[in-house]
Design a protein around this ligand. Structure first.
Ligand SMILES: [Zn+2]
Length: 292
């Protein structure tokens, strides 16, 4: 099977609906290789990753979309991110043995959505309760609220793949335009409700959309490749160490002879020796980070 890591945008012209489809194979396998994502934790992470890619289908600028979820139970961290140019990464942490059965997030679960605009260097963050214990519903409510457009999302992860499908009623939808069907949005929602997870995971996007929505004028608008790529860098790690402060770095040097930082997303190791640490703080004024 050819590489299928892609985000595809589409329209259902007769129903006045826009949509996006995502499928992650190789990118998902690569991400998964960097962590312990067995059982239902992998399902949750795969779903969040698929959702973050779906959300970039609505980004109107260069930037990135990230989602972070925490609850008061064993889920310590769930984070997934996708950039406008299709780079995904993610991380999940679970306290104790990961369950095999589907994870339902608890009442306290909160989802933070962050959108970074690279050009204006601005960041928007919204926090919504997860409610109902599952991610797709929380993403739907976020999207419906923030864009004021009714949205439905299906997310799936199994084996070596994750996938997602999003449909959204366009502003002014509901049959006001010539040639559109006033019942289109209802029909699209009913059809989406018939979609099983296996079908979403196993069916190529063009076949899937035609099978589900053949009456609604499916128009695919191109597919964009997705790939696992971490945005960590020596410069960023240096900034982080600088913000920790000279004393903290000096303590680590005294203990280990160098400061080692492992990226949690990609396992890359950054090593700073005493001279590197000196250089980090050199601009701060007189003195050095450490002297043995
Ligand atoms: Zn990294």
């Amino acid at each position: 099977m050819p590489a299928t890591d892609a985000l595809s945008r589409f329209q259902l012209e007769r129903a006045d609906v826009r949509g996006a489809h995502v499928r992650l194979d190789g990118a998902w396998r690569e991400l998964r290789a960097h962590g312990d994502y067995g059982g239902a934790l992998g399902v949750l992470l795969g779903q969040a990753l698929a959702a973050s890619a779906l959300f970039t289908s609505a980004l109107k600028f260069d930037g990135k979309f990230s989602v972070q979820v925490q609850d008061s139970g064993a889920l310590k961290l769930l984070f997934a991110e996708c950039t406008h140019d299709g780079h995904v990464r993610g991380i999940a942490r679970w306290d104790g043995a990961v369950p095999q059965a589907a994870i339902r997030l608890d009442q306290a679960a909160r989802m933070a959505i962050t959108i970074d605009n690279h050009a204006t260097r601005t960041r928007y963050q919204g926090v919504v309760p997860v409610e109902g214990g599952e991610l797709a519903g929380a993403f739907e409510r976020y999207f419906t609220r923030s864009e004021q457009l009714p949205t439905r999302i299906v997310l799936a992860q199994a084996g070596d793949r994750c996938a997602g499908l999003l449909v959204q009623q366009l502003a002014g939808g509901g049959g006001h335009r010539l040639g559109t069907d006033p019942d289109g949005w209802n029909r699209v929602q009913h059809l989406l409700a018939t979609l099983g997870e296996d079908e979403l995971l196993d069916t190529p996007v063009d076949t899937l959309l035609l099978r589900l929505f053949h009456e609604d004028g499916v128009r695919l608008q191109g597919a964009h490749p997705l790939a696992f790529r971490c945005s960590c860098s020596r410069e960023r790690v240096g900034d982080m160490l600088h913000s920790l402060g000279r004393a903290e770095c000096a303590a680590a040097l005294a203990e280990q002879g160098s400061v080692q930082v492992d990226c949690e997303f990609c396992n890359r190791r950054y090593v700073f020796d005493p001279a590197d640490i000196d250089a980090l703080f050199a601009a701060d004024g007189a003195g050095t980070a450490t002297r043995h």
